[in-house]
Write a protein of this length. Structure first.
Length: 387
């Protein structure tokens, strides 16, 4: 009983400290040393979850989440807004704040294959329209902030338009959004947060990380999908460290974190990603149980419940643990099928990493992919066990 009371008190104090820290806002364009949202309370780790729709049966797990990020708003004719369907899905998410006043809700703009960013960011008028419409959406919906998910500045891999000028324009766009939110804060007397969903390695070569750092409250590091249907081999799609069999340039969570730290981002502004799904590959070369091997074709993304029900140590699939990467994977030697995923064990390793490196917390994609709450519980319990 005493432990539960102490835990509740600690959660309250952390929530207060985070809220206070978020109200301390530098003047737009201030140096990175005065960046937003440092959290003075230790341990204060955020659990941030992307959500496309809310299932009421999950209400009992609200206490495990600090921030929900609704996916997605879209860019239409240069302005940020919600489709009627998205607006209907957002409403129940916003209503959760009445059940748990501590909860914050951001709205994410973009996502994989969502265009309009490069065009909107290319002119001062376009950036102003983007920023003012995004801020107005926050005010009108009762949300607490904006998450910008541009995948990716300067890169057209997802089929969107890009430009060599995206690097500078991305920073200018975020500065405009921050300015629009700041102007709104004066009337609302509350801090509106601005975050970005961002990848690592070659996918941020057109992002000025130190400049972006001046305007955002935190970075949601998309430390998943390291291997997918666009890569040439299998591998750990959300591995913490590099596997023994990984190539020298393999993306990992650890390498992503150190890339951003080297760019001057404070550790507390880095939220690492967890995947509530796996990625499956077929016709894989049968060496090293399929790990980091060429494959015939990518099968699919597999949600966590389906992994448990149909794949983990079932139907010829054997669970393996990559000791170096701290990551699980499945291998079926008969069908030569390889599956990479996150599990409670790998999430526990990421929690320990967050604590050890004084990071901001853990983010996950996506709420509906873990209806039983197994993986969310793993995130929560691992961060709660910190001294």
């Amino acid at each position: 009983m005493k432990t539960r009371a102490n835990r509740h008190l600690r959660n309250v104090l952390c929530s207060i400290a985070i809220a206070v820290a978020m109200t301390i806002a530098p003047t737009p364009g201030a140096a990175a040393s005065t960046t937003r949202s440092s959290r003075p309370c230790h341990p204060c780790f955020q659990t941030v979850g992307y959500v496309t729709r809310w299932n009421p049966v999950e209400d009992r797990r609200l206490g495990m989440i600090n921030t929900l990020i609704f996916a997605f708003a879209e860019i239409k004719h240069g302005a940020v807004g919600l489709s009627p369907a998205a607006e209907n899905r957002l409403r129940p998410v916003i209503a959760l704040k009445r059940r748990d006043p501590r909860l914050r809700v951001e709205i994410s703009v973009g996502g994989w294959g969502a265009g309009g960013f490069s065009e909107a960011a290319s002119t001062a008028a376009g950036r102003r329209l983007f920023a003012e419409s995004a801020a107005a959406m926050v005010r009108q919906t009762g949300a607490d902030g904006i998450d910008v998910d541009w995948e990716y500045p300067g890169i057209s891999q997802s089929g969107i338009r890009s430009s060599p000028h995206d690097q500078q324009n991305f920073t200018l766009m975020l500065a405009a959004v921050r300015q629009a939110l700041d102007a709104q804060e004066k009337a609302a007397h509350e801090h509106y947060t601005l975050s970005v969903a961002i990848a690592d390695g070659p996918f941020v070569r057109y992002v000025d990380i130190p400049a972006v750092n001046r305007y955002v409250d935190w970075f949601n590091l998309m430390t998943y999908d390291f291997v997918n249907g666009l890569t040439t081999t299998t591998g750990n799609h959300t591995g913490l460290y590099a596997s023994r069999w990984a190539p020298a340039d393999a993306r990992t969570t650890n390498r992503a974190v150190h890339q951003f730290l080297a760019a001057g981002v404070p550790s507390r502004k880095l939220i690492i990603g967890v995947a509530f799904y796996g990625r499956a590959f077929d016709d894989v070369r049968p060496i090293h149980d399929g790990l980091y091997q060429p494959y015939g074709h990518f099968i699919a993304m597999i949600p966590w419940p389906k992994l448990v029900a149909d794949y983990i140590n079932k139907h010829g699939f054997k669970r393996h643990w990559d000791v170096q990467a701290h990551a699980p994977f499945l291998w079926n030697p008969v069908t030569r099928t390889f599956i990479t995923y996150d599990s409670p064990r790998s999430i526990a390793a990421k929690d320990r990493y967050v604590v050890r490196h004084h990071l901001g917390g853990v983010m996950y994609w996506e709420q509906s992919l873990d209806p039983g709450g197994t993986l969310l519980r793993a995130i929560h319990d691992g961060l709660e066990r910190t001294p």
